[in-house]
Ligand binder design. Sequence first.
Ligand code: BGP
Length: 468
Amino acid sequence: RVKSLPKDFVWGGATAAYQVEGATKVGGKGKTMWDDYLKAQGRFSPDPASDFYHCYPEDVKLAHQYGLNAIRVSIAWTRIFPNGYGEPNQAGVKYYHELFKACLDQGVTPYVSLHHFDSPKTLFDQGDWLNRQNIDYFVKYAEFCFKEFTEVKNWFTINELISLSLSQYIAGNFPPNHHFDVTSAIQAQHNELLAHARVVNLYKSLHLDGRIGLIHVLQPIYPITETPENKHAAALYDAFINRFLLDGTFLGEYSDETMALINEILEKNGAKLEIQDGDMAILKEASTQNDFFGLNYYQSQFIQAYDGPSGNKFNGTGDKGSSSFSFHGVGQIVQKPGVPTTDWDWNIYPEGLYDILKRVSKEYPNSKTIYITENGLGYKDNFVSEDQVIDDEPRIDYIDQHVAALLKARSEGVNVQGYFVWSLQDQFSWANGYNKRYGLFYVDFDTQKRYIKKSAEWFKELADTMHS
Ligand code: BGP
């Protein structure tokens, strides 16, 4: 077990507006791309989630009590601009000022994302990130936030560009539910990078007293065996989900090698990518201006070569062993014997975090300071009784192994300065609903009462080592 944390380590918990706030129709909030979709789907509702809209004072206090010195939150674009643009909604502005104040009063530093999967419905209907006008609206929304919320010193533009594009256009489990629409998936990645870069360039030109970056979830891809075919499959899939975005963010160009791999995927799938004049200059300008990099890590994947038809079965219920993924001309995801998995078939592989930290710091020095902005275990926590601490030993093991991997990379010179557990409290999961719990604090979604888990106590013990 990890024995101590470095001095001044950022030790936080993560949330996202739509997953915790609830109150989706309160305070003049506009609809996101999820509201009608979830209603029509009829599986679960984003209300009340963890009712963070009302319960934030308690959650921030709990964070402080259990030794957390930072929190990740996101601003819901549609609380500020209900349609994505136009006149700001004062109730939303007021809410976030109050939330940030509560955090700062408790010594829990807010790290704030502008976009966490919750595109405004009005803009979603006009094509979301595939419509370049969306980028202009995002830049305006960002500028408003920078000028209004000057108490925030740590900004992230967009959370997990790849999860959004993959879930929307490849796996089909986020609206608009396209399956293996490779053109849209790659175009959305490029357009979101452009949006990020324009916002970074804007932020820097405003000379504000704060830092800015973005968040990528990285999934190391390993060939299941070291045959040339499997190695090539791993290189292809890695280019599609990691490298294209890392290049665009920190090199300000897509390297020849990356483009060769991407083009091979596009050709095999009859897809194309459109890059307009001037796009790359914008990416280039931003590439050295990120102050930090938020790296989310949950799992690695093992892959074998595959030329059959694409297909995907998503495990959104926690029925172990029910998922599969094959990408035509790229590869097929397979299980590696000996690597444990969660009930949602996510590999538990802390070595991957070590490997990816080493790779990012070596190949992308413009990433500068790294924070692990999400890492955690989705688990069916068992509620026992009112006065008993909830035993989530597997979660402690998971976090412990990943923090150990992080500290190992750090001891070898990787500049990683913090860790945010996903998640602070139990919350609503986009495609899994409410039985996939991640929190340090258990939420009874009927009563909104919070209960302590063992992992919270463990978190506190480690926090205390920073002060001894
Ligand atoms: C990341 C997202 C989070 C969160 C987490 C866990 O991709 O940034 O919003 O949901 O993964 O994923 P899931 O809820 O699907 O288990």
